[in-house]
Design a protein around this ligand. Sequence first.
Ligand code: NDP
Length: 508
Amino acid sequence: MNPELAPLLVASHKTDFEVYHGRLYIDGQWREAGGGERVERLSPAHGELVSTYAVATPEDVDAAIDAAHRAFHHGPWPKMKGAERARVLLAIADGIQAQIERLALIESLENGKPLTQARAEVAGCADLWQYAASLARTTSGDAYNTLGEDMLGLVLRQPIGVVGIITPWNFPLWILCQKLPFAMAAGCTCVIKPSELTSGTTVMLMEILEKAGVPAGVANVVTGKGSRVGQPLAESPRVDMLSFTGSTHVGSMLAGVASKKLKKVALELGGKNPQIVFPDCDWDAMVDAVVFGVYFNAGECCNSGSRVLVHESIVERFAAAVIERAREVPVGDPLHPDAKVGAIVSEQQMNDILGHIETGVSAGAKVRLGGGRYASANGLYLQPTVLTDVTADMGVAREEIFGPVLSVIAFRDLDHAIEIANDTAYGLSAAVWSSDIDTCLKVARGVDAGTIWVNTFLDGYPELPFGGFKASGVGRELGKQAVEDYTETKTIQLHIGERKNLWLPAKK
Ligand code: NDP
């Protein structure tokens, strides 16, 4: 039986939103694309025009790379004191805070996520700039005073150069702010390519950077399709590092392209993140976190807790409890103040998710909740879905679905749970639910993932590094090393006093 879901929320009011027309931002100038072409973005929740963007030509991308190259090699930014860069980054944080409403509204309309959630994300972005500002002043190299009395060793950190940043549509501003402030704190210059579906907050952020006094060429934005606008960033020998968040497929392809130029690559990719549930856990907290973990951002989240591994003794009790909570999740118009889940980002994404569910059912999974689109809606709304009787070999247990679909898998004992958890290509995050500290620590040590949550899920702090094992990525963002990732080290060996240990005998 598939229980009835709460009715879709419909917003009672219209916003006074004006269609936004974004231009390219290159070398501190706003400009139309060379070919004059524009792309439109309709809101996935309402089908209404939200924004239009300039479609950059290869010449525009070249101009942006040129500007970043010039700003790095001849501009003031890389040579400025850390304290001066920090002041600019703090001014950007203030600028974001002053525009929370404007940024959140376009983020919500372009992506389909609830406006209340978008507001919280934008506020969190300001915090990321503040954290990066603190690192701009404190990131340092090393000194070795242990090499003997005639030698002092210095390890300097220098900005790596021009960074190409390519971002996806699921957390457009947040993901950009996991990268750009830290690259800028290091003294790098950047060329940014946002997703064609959600370019609004990235372009608007450049208005804030301009007002905060960021010198021309330090941050440049080129909008348009990835294959045309993003790929040149991986290919160009004048881009020193590529920082990408998105699908494992595109990420690995770009890493291949970038490796031919021997450039540094940082990749934050997909996940198939297990929450592992033991019978002795705090039941209500776990059920809430499972529902939150999979339906937050409509499951369009690399950290989505999309598979739950449950001890075989409690599978039925677990399924009943999760279904009961999941059917109450308020889905609907992202502008409705009560909506916790909004629209799916695009028709293509909707079809991909439905395709995954279909494949799961053909393989023997049972749809116990949802499983389809909301019939009455204009927008792209998908029902919170629970699949049970999933086995570890099925596609729905192994592949990233990127939608509101939970797969429930039974395990026999702790070792079996760890074995299933590790039996995917991914390794981004995981959670363990138990009141036994030994169980928690064994799982935390045994599961291959960049983040392990213990009796909680999806918490995040700028201070803590984030990234994945295996096919979930390369490198870490955030944490106190966040700025170091955008630097090269240079070793300086300083000889002190007369150099006595000559290679050839001294001249008589
Ligand atoms: P993509 O990996 O295709 O897109 C991510 C970014 O890469 C976008 O800016 C995109 O541009 C750009 N891009 C695409 N192709 C190229 C290319 N050849 N060269 C350079 N840049 C390129 O992800 P999608 O947005 O299409 O989502 C597909 C799937 O990826 C999802 O279903 C999900 O499984 C996964 N995903 C994972 C994310 C994560 O956070 N780890 C985020 C988003 C998606 P554009 O789209 O404008 O063409």
